[in-house]
Design a protein around this ligand. Structure first.
Ligand SMILES: NC(=O)c1ccc[n+]([C@@H]2O[C@H](COP(=O)([O-])OP(=O)(O)OC[C@H]3O[C@@H](n4cnc5c(N)ncnc54)[C@H](OP(=O)(O)O)[C@@H]3O)[C@@H](O)[C@H]2O)c1
Length: 262
């Protein structure tokens, strides 16, 4: 890939807020995976409010339609029902972006799944399914879309997990392995694409009140109090703030936890 001179210009500095995404949002385009639920849905809405044109991906048609319904009055939105574990499903999305948009400013990888189990009982099929969704799919999608991201000097966001930094509790081994892998991909990619003007952010979440977390509480036989957890909108606020920084600055990693632990 050709190396370009992406050294920051000596333009005067000013305080940058999330509104800067809005100000420059007009012609910007984002692809969001996992846009039918939880964090991806909240980030999609925040991007739309900032005026960023959307391409959203999910599997569940009804919930994907909800995302489209809540954003289409704000920005143009294109939606794709995609199983990220099926390579062939990716083709229409990639072709749409190549043909209709010809660049990509923001790529948000939020789709993810989790299976918890002790190693002696765990199913290797669950490990493979998590690898396909949490690692292989974002890797492949990024690889295919990298020319469009380089063209736009874009930004890539990997929605990771605190389990991507440390696997220090039982039953989390499979999921944590995939999120550690995602961290490795993001860190190495950053070193490759920073010289081309592309920025890479990993966001390491603690427990967030989404459908995924509700299911985990049910499986753990614990009372679910979503109000005590991170909210998907909290994550969206942090992501938008990082995306709003000028190209002279890169936020590489954000760890965000519920204030109340336990
Ligand atoms: N919630 C938490 O506490 C927490 C903590 C740490 C990290 N995370 C990470 O945050 C990200 C978002 O999770 P969430 O909490 O928002 O979960 P969620 O509400 O369950 O949403 C998961 C999203 O991933 C999509 N998805 C899953 N498998 C897919 C596949 N094969 N093809 C296409 N889309 C697929 C789902 O689409 P459909 O629903 O349409 O199938 C859904 O939109 C994940 O990467 C997760 O690992 C979450």
């Amino acid at each position: 890939m050709p190396q370009e001179d992406c050294r920051p210009s000596a333009a005067p500095r000013q305080l940058v807020t999330a509104q800067h995404v809005q100000q420059s949002g007009g012609d910007r385009v984002a692809l969001v995976t996992g846009a039918s639920s939880g964090v991806g849905q909240a980030v999609s809405l925040a991007l739309a409010r900032a005026g960023v044109r959307l391409c959203v991906i999910g599997r569940n048609a009804d919930r994907l339609a909800q995302t489209v319904a809540s954003t289409r009055s704000l920005v143009p939105v294109e939606s794709f029902r995609v199983d990220l574990a099926a390579d062939a499903d990716l083709r229409p999305v990639i072709e749409y972006l190549q043909r209709e948009v010809a660049k990509l400013d923001i790529l948000i990888h939020s789709a993810g799944i989790i299976h918890q189990s002790r190693l002696e009982q765990a199913r290797v099929e669950d490990l493979e399914q998590q690898f396909a969704t949490n690692v292989r799919a974002p890797y492949l999608l990024t690889q295919r879309l990298l020319p469009l991201l380089v063209k736009a000097r874009g930004q890539i966001v990997f929605v990771n997990s605190s389990a991507g930094l440390a696997a220090n509790r039982p039953e989390i081994g499979q999921y944590a392995a995939t999120k550690h892998a995602l961290k490795a991909i993001a860190d190495s990619l950053r070193a490759e694409v920073n010289p081309l003007g592309v920025r890479v952010l990993s966001v390491y979440l603690g427990r967030t009140a989404t459908a995924m977390q509700q299911r985990l509480y049910r499986e753990e036989k614990r009372a679910y109090h979503p109000e005590s957890l991170l909210q998907p909108e909290d994550i969206a606020t942090m992501v938008l703030a990082a995306l709003a920084l000028p190209p002279t600055a890169e936020v590489t990693d954000i760890s965000i936890r519920p204030a109340i632990k336990g």
